[in-house]
Write a protein that binds this ligand. Sequence first.
Ligand code: GLU
Length: 303
Amino acid sequence: MSAGGYVGRFAPSPTGRLHMGSLLSAVASFCDARHHGGRWLVRMEDLDPPREVAGAADDILRTLEAFGLHWDGEVLYQSDRDEAYIEALEKLVRMGRAYGCACTRKELEGHSVYPGNCSRGIVGGRPARSVRFRIGGGAWSWIDAVQGQQRFDSGDIGDYVVRRADGLWAYQLAVVVDDLDQGITHVVRGADLLDSTPKQMALREVLSSGSQTMCWAHAPMLVNAGGQKLSKQTFAAPVRPSKAPELILRALEMLGQSMPTEESRTDWVANGDVAAVLDRAVAQWNLDAVSASAIHWQGEGHP
Ligand code: GLU
């Protein structure tokens, strides 16, 4: 572990190229880790081949490098982690915290929370399709370093899928197993994942040795003119490495950080000096200045 014990991470899914929303999360988590003298890891969340785009994983890594966001150690690929996920699932089953579920999507239509049909065993000898985590009662609360006090009732979450009906691992299980195994201490990611946090807290409690704590920070989401989250589905444009210094400066501005002088900005942009932009950003980094609310992003040409 690094001095101070801080270990952060950026965990992209290779479903497309890096867009401004993902760059914003990467910059926030990188600056927070480096400001605290911590390690910053990259984990490729390539769990879902049908949604992946050929070449996207390499493209994301090359883009991070071009933006000066250099990670520590080897990239961890979730596609290599079957054994760890099987072990975790077996532990959950042994502890009575996971169960097979035969429900089809159609049967669950109209339910935002799983109604618990299979939680006491599958009725009628049907085969299990997926495996669900038994969340139990109570509530999950934490003080998010950006979004403030959060509280979610287990009853509003319900038992959720950890192994999908198509045989793939669910994001929630993989992310918790990997965050624990990689010794992650600080998660700084986009606010679109805020409601995943209580699910991950619940799983962590069962899978961890109990001594591993986590600090959570959910950076503002970037939304397009229509108020939709920037994503591949909303045709968010990929960030261009040739614009790296400008785009990092734009990200820092959106993250509420103190900005360099006009003279330095002009100089760094003209020289393509991402290292200078990031060195200053890391030194001045202030997570308290990051706003909780979503930010409109119209693209590179429209400030
Ligand atoms: N792979 C997830 C995504 O790209 C992020 C996971 C995380 O940061 O926990 O949305």
